[in-house]
Design a protein around this ligand. Structure first.
Ligand code: URA
Length: 214
């Protein structure tokens, strides 16, 4: 089997992304603003993650004359948030790709083995015919993200991209070692994981901040 080339990390450095991420990191940003910022950042990252979508030319009539325009022609999209924090990113993708089908992947960590265990998976039946956009705001150890990619591939997906807000180098390394074919689109690659598995400097617990549970 020919080895798969590792996809480069796409770190989006647009000033709007930097600005919004800075607000997101600020511990004084309240839940409502945090949620809105996650939505806006995801929209900007989706723009980048889909920039190589195939298009075709079609002829249309403008009110003035006949002309040729571009239409997206490639595979349709399945957007798959990893529960729970990935849910906060869902609307950002759907506001750009309203026809996408949505799948959900729920994983928890077995505290003895530290391995991710799935507790809920519901994917579009035709996922094999779709490009998957996997949503996980924090690529920390990369274990649950790697498991989620595996779940998508076992369901037939051939093309998976991860959209994350913040990634740790450890998580990138782990994901790339398990799934080198997965493109990772991220707003920032941070310094490291701390001993509790939080990304530093990071933004804290994304799920708690999104849903106000702490
Ligand atoms: N999950 C989070 O929500 N935050 C981190 O820093 C790491 C994992």
């Amino acid at each position: 089997m020919t080895p798969v080339a590792t996809q480069p990390i796409v770190e989006v450095t647009h000033p709007l992304v930097r600005h919004k991420l800075g607000l997101l990191r600020d511990e004084s940003t309240p839940t409502q603003a945090f949620r809105q910022l996650v939505n806006e950042l995801t929209l900007l990252l989706t723009y980048e993650a889909t920039k190589d979508m195939a298009t075709e030319e079609v002829e249309i009539e403008t009110p003035l004359e006949r002309t040729t325009v571009q239409r997206i022609s490639g595979k349709k999209v399945a957007v798959c948030p990893i529960l729970r924090a990935g849910i906060g990113m869902l609307d950002g993708v759907l506001s750009l790709i309203s026809g996408a089908r949505v799948g959900f992947i729920g994983l928890y960590r077995n505290e003895e083995t530290l391995e991710p265990v799935e507790y809920y998976v519901k994917l579009p039946a035709d996922i094999a015919q779709r490009d998957v956009l996997l949503l996980d705001p924090m690529l920390a150890t990369g274990r649950s993200t790697g498991a989620a990619v595996k779940i998508c591939k076992e369901a037939g997906a051939e093309s998976v991209r991860l959209i994350a807000l913040v990634a740790a180098p450890e998580g990138i390394e782990h994901l790339q070692s398990e799934h080198p074919d997965v493109t990772i689109v991220v707003a920032a690659v941070d310094r490291e994981l701390n001993d509790k598995g939080y990304i530093m400097p990071g933004l804290g617990d994304a799920g708690d901040r999104l849903f106000g549970t702490k």
